[in-house]
Design a protein around this ligand. Sequence first.
Ligand code: OAD
Length: 238
Amino acid sequence: MLGPRHLFILTGAGISAESGLATFRGAGGLWEGHRVETVASPEGFTADPDLVHRFYNERRRQLHAVSPNPTHRAIARLQREFRGEVTLVTQNVDDLHERGGSPNLIHLHGELLKARCVFCRRIRDWSGDLDTATRCGNCGGNLRPHIVWFGEMPLRLEEVGEALSQCDLFASIGTSGQVYPAAGFVDLAHRAGARCLEFNLEVTPTNPLFHESIVGPAGETVPAWVEDLVSCQDRPET
Ligand code: OAD
């Protein structure tokens, strides 16, 4: 097979922006209207659980009103049609990759449509509102959003590290590269010898680490890239 064999795709809030979900940073971003430590930290949840529940209830309700966009669908196509391996890792907590047809992915920062017991840690599907009176069916403990907050460990990092060490093409799509460990993935991909591409509306702080930057709306740039990668596979080796 010509070309890359193991793709690693990292996505961020920018990929869901064209579906109508706000990103975190920049004008109109979620962190402009909310203090991160109040709504996205274990300490914030302890101090004011009602406020934290309201914040995530609002996010969960918005999810029901939006749909996947061409970028989600293009990535799902890549996962189906690429003949090598594709590891998809998202920092997003929405379910738009799944609804766009992605057969598998890693949610590094958790999932809005899941709730977790603060005592027994059992995780369950959750599509409605949560409040301080909602109890775990297993142990009766309080439920919290299944979201990785600041100061907590991102999920499935071992699998992510393994995939990064094996990838030969790394693509970062719609993320500002400001939150670790995801912001450091490009560095690990570099060390594995991968070619590193960034898709973003603008130049990001991690931009100098990439071999190539594709600037523009992901909904335009990513489907074109996927088309190219998928059709390249059919060209005969010379
Ligand atoms: P950010 O809001 O930090 O960055 C979104 C990026 O998407 C920016 O660099 C935008 O330029 C870019 N962007 C916006 N619209 C785009 C479009 N149509 N096409 C291409 N790019 C576009 O979001 P993340 O990098 O995902 O964590 O943020 C990382 C983490 O910070 C989140 O997962 C969240 C947040 O705090 C937690 O809550 C734990």
